[in-house]
Design a protein around this ligand. Sequence first.
Ligand SMILES: [Zn+2]
Length: 293
Amino acid sequence: MIARDYLLKAMDKDKQVRITIAHTTTLVEEARRRHNTSATASAALGRVLTAALIMGSDLKNEKDALTLRVNGDGIAGPIVASVDSVGHGRAFISNPAADLPSSSPGKLAVGELVGRGGYLEVIKDAGLKQPFVGRVNLVSGEIAEDLSSYFLLSEQIPSLVALGVLVDTDLSIKAAGGLIIQAMPGADDILLGKIENNVLQMGSISAVMVQSQDVESVVATVMSDIAYDVIAERPLAFKCTCSRERLAAILANLTREELAETIEQTGKLEVSCNFCGEVYHFSEQEIIKNKKP
Ligand SMILES: [Zn+2]
């Protein structure tokens, strides 16, 4: 068991290959609890959130943000994760209760739930006028394979991606984690083959996370017989950016008629955040007070 959520980034001594490995069990469990996801939806959501957090570790500036959106044609509906540059992430799945029977023992039907048609989109916002947007068609809906295709087609980086979420019988998350290995231009094929082989030998990433004591030892397994340096370490956490003020500002944009209609229908003003499920209650007076004249 690994005690906390964090990631490590390492490079071989010749700086040809970069690997990032993340342990995310606690934060994926928080996402599951907040969204009350089915077993298969937990796996899909956890994979997307873990991948986004790994990708977010490459953001350059403090205020940069990254959104990973998986828009498959399956019953899960869109899955969206949004992360900042310091290891905080939040995510939602459009149909958290959606589930499908698994097609093979021990493997949740994530690809079927997400769908094999549709697209994966990465939006990097560096505070410029236009954010960077990269989009590829889904390959399998299993997320890791789709991301690998994204890196190759959209960023021209050959990558090996593994993502795993192990769901316990009580639906809680037993383990979650992921790794992304990327070849620098001109990287040695023998070195790449060796690392790929190490990853294959290691087995599923979620099982590795259950068995390991720390992420350091997982990095050591992937890089066995290869000299490397750990170049970064960072804690990871589920954290949303919503607040009472922010949602009050959104409500204040509704017309008086729309406000009256909402209150009439539900008897109250209640807004929940898509990303974290937090529910905020407001009085009509509170919103009207915020309205611009
Ligand atoms: Zn929120």
